[in-house]
Design a protein around this ligand. Sequence first.
Ligand code: MRU
Length: 339
Amino acid sequence: MTQPTSHDSVRAVQWQGDQLRLLDQRCLPGEERWVTCRDAESVHAAIADLVVRGAPAIGIAAAWAVVLAARAGQDMDAILQRLRSARPTAVNLMWALDRMRGRIAAGDTPAALEREAQAIQEEDLAANRKMGHLGAALIEPGSGVLTHCNTGSLATAGYGTALGVIRAGVAEGRITSVFAGETRPWLQGARLTLWELVRDGIPACLIADSAAAHLMKSGQVQWVVIGADRIAANGDTANKIGSYQLSIVARHHGVKFMVVAPCSTVDMATPDGDAIDIEMRNPEELLSFSGKRTVVEGADAWNPVFDVTPAMLIDVIVTERGVVKNPNAKRMQNVFGTA
Ligand code: MRU
């Protein structure tokens, strides 16, 4: 069931039978513009340019790109390779493409590939709802939480990962206040998370990323709840840049740190965080704001868009398969097996 509900009203990746419609996340919240992709190459561009973003959502979009390519009779090996290159860090992209590759190798028709892409999308939504309840159950009634980036319906098939826990926690009265960091430089928190939460009637409060330590010191949050782009075999977790510093600050202040991600984000073939490829993006994203240069000409910028939170700073990883408390290689293996 992929239909939106009153507290989860956005579906940003929409298959329309012969084309893929994507809500253009570069334009929110100012404009609700849709981009239509009729071939795999335009889906590749949409992923690389952040029209669609968030680890599960880019995997889902790539699965639909494979369907478009199969219908067009394209060279599937070349297309799979091309789509893989769209972004390096979120393993959901590779996971979805590997799953589609398996169906192609089994001789699936384009119609069967379409059913597989639909299954990937529906399973993600179901995983999010399950994680929402598992994660919320860990939060004491009356708690405040801080989240980072956007992990909601925009970043997934719907409902969200960390934002799914927040949706469930608010509905159950466990979470009474929600803070979201701006998430410089692309402002996923300010532009996207606040848009989703306000739209769905969840009161949320924006903070500058640099206000996080002061917020935690104030005692207003008991949990930091974030998503993930890749979780390594030892529990080290790559997520949006700034997550690592939040984990350090949280530990210092006795605030609990929760990572919420579907099994498609867990990469048991990557031993630890040092082996995760961290995406570097154009320095212009930092040097300019809304297309207008804000930094003196001649200055350079360093723009890694993810970082790695070490497992030892994570209190719990929540997946649809279960919860891993104080993650390490052994506990991860107990839940996810070996690669
Ligand atoms: O660069 P983005 O916006 O794709 O980064 C997204 C994140 O880091 C999210 O926290 C992560 O993908 C989890 S989304 C459910």
